[in-house]
Design a protein around this ligand. Structure first.
Ligand SMILES: [Zn+2]
Length: 491
């Protein structure tokens, strides 16, 4: 059936068809760098890391852009508090963010542009919006005229009444209409500023993401991701700016939004640690435990994060880890290098492997249902543990080979989700060596063909017997029919 993706815009699952065949262009709103990230922030980056890994597994070449918002009120406020410049604050927390991403084994995006390095592109878009009559300057600020964009509200599904409600709260004397949002803000004395046609100022947040996504991915790119809290107004505003500026639609083909992490503060503060910052969590838990927590819930469902959440994920993670490393330990001690016939039990297990792999992919194809995919991994772990407990692995010569196939599959599925890296490299080496040692040699296969030929001859099926002989001859295998049997050699 192929991959289907839930599109926030249409509110349904749609077959995934990228703009360019074989390629996926993807933009995820990056951090505003003014503090350390917590488990709630990290979820989005883990979710889209998994999306990106799965798309790569499906054979797509993925271009993944994630920005840094390195100029913002929050950064300026933090700089005032800490006695630093806004640029110092931004660079400190940008570095901290990259460290946290690395420790969570999140693959770096293809491009990570900074807002402050894209300002000429933002000014160009704002000028375009002004000249088209969709934006107006007001005492050094520039605002977008929401009422002019008839499609406003199409992503969030908000009615004009609701929008007016939100606007009224944010209304300022400089806006013509309370719903209008800022594109450019005049800077106050002492604040960082850039020259613009409207005087010294700085970009507002929403225009940053329009400028950076259009610059690197172009109009109509495939996936725009972020947390559900960004749907309104951030992504709604990005659509308005981008579709008006380019005169094209849609801005984005698939809008994907991950659910919240509800940090149960009361429960958390009662527990000892009250840890929610990634840099604190990873001093107490392996980074894969955080990934596991995210994987066990569908990305659109919210996660209740209480004091036991990470302990539970750790137990789940260890079940997989113990299975893999247990098998690796067993296999490392088995030196037999024959490729024997499988028992019925082993053939059934191999069938289970094929079925598990298919069901894993079906789950992931269904809007990246990692909870179901992890369920399949646990079934595989259970089957392999049972197989080891029955001591089948040692009783039959085929046991280790089948167990090795199972370990190989388990590692493959984990790797697609970004689990067990890079600790599993050693196991993969063992698996590869095993595979090399146990692929049937050509001798075994030629013997098998000659067995079939002898059977055919005994039944008078000369055509089959001759076909085998002549094809083997073409491959350089010379056959001698002797009284004591068939002999062959490579010529
Ligand atoms: Zn954004």
């Amino acid at each position: 059936m192929g991959l289907v993706v839930y599109n926030t815009m249409s509110r349904r699952k749609e077959p995934f068809q990228p703009r360019d065949e074989g390629k996926v262009s993807m933009y995820v709103c990056g951090p505003t760098v003014y503090n350390y990230i917590h488990i709630g922030n990290a979820r989005a980056y883990l979710v889209f890391d998994i999306v990106r890994r799965y798309l790569a597994f499906k054979g797509y070449e993925v271009e993944y852009v994630q920005n840094f918002t390195d100029i913002d009120d929050k950064i300026i406020n933090r700089a005032d508090q800490e006695g630093k410049t806004p640029a110092e604050v931004a660079s400190l927390y940008e570095e901290a963010f990259l460290e946290d991403m690395e420790s969570l084994n999140i693959r770096p995006p293809t491009i990570m542009p900074r807002a402050t390095e894209t300002i000429p592109d933002m000014i160009e878009i704002i000028e375009g919006l002004v000249s088209k009559g969709y934006a107006y300057a007001s005492e050094g600020d520039v605002y977008f005229s929401v009422a002019k964009f008839k499609d406003y509200g199409k992503l969030s599904g908000r009615s004009p009444d609701e929008l007016n409600e939100v606007g009224r709260v944010e209304a300022s004397g400089l806006k013509r209409n309370p719903m209008d949002f800022a594109l450019w803000k005049a800077s106050k004395p002492g604040e960082p500023s850039w020259d613009s046609p409207w005087g010294p100022g700085r970009p507002a947040w929403h225009i940053e993401c329009s400028a950076m996504s259009l610059k690197y991915l172009g109009m109509g790119f495939d996936i725009h991701g972020g947390g559900q809290d960004l749907i309104f107004p951030h992504h709604e505003n990005e659509i308005a700016q981008s579709e008006v500026f380019t005169g094209e639609r849609p801005f984005v083909r698939y809008w994907m939004h991950n659910g919240f992490v509800n940090i149960m503060e009361e429960k958390m503060s009662k527990s000892l640690g009250n840890i929610i910052l990634i840099r604190d969590i990873i001093t107490r838990y392996p980074p894969d435990v955080v990934r596991m927590l995210v994987l066990q819930t569908h990305y659109r469902t919210s996660i209740d994060f209480g004091p036991d959440a990470l302990d539970e994920s750790q137990r789940a993670y260890e079940r997989i880890e113990n299975c893999v490393f247990g098998l690796e330990g067993l296999l490392a001690n088995i030196t037999s290098k024959v490729a024997p016939v499988r028992t019925e039990r082993e053939i059934a297990l191999i069938d289970f492997f094929f079925d598990a792999e298919r069901r894993f992919e079906e789950a992931m194809d269904d809007d990246f249902n990692t909870a179901r995919a992890i369920g399949v991994i646990f079934e595989l772990v259970k089957e392999l543990n049972t197989f080891v407990d029955e001591q089948q692995i040692l009783q039959s010569p085929g046991g280790p080979i089948v167990a090795n196939q199972g370990m190989d599959l388990l590692l493959k599925l984990c790797r697609i989700l970004g689990l067990l890296e890079p600790a599993a490299a050693e196991c993969e080496e063992t698996a590869a060596e095993w595979e090399e040692d146990h692929i049937p040699s050509p001798d075994v296969l030629i013997d098998l063909l000659l067995e079939v030929r002898t059977l055919a001859r005994s039944k008078g099926e000369w055509q089959t017997a001759d076909l085998i002989r002549s094809r083997l001859h073409d491959l350089g295998v010379r056959i001698d029919d002797l009284r004591e049997g068939v002999r062959w050699k490579f010529t």
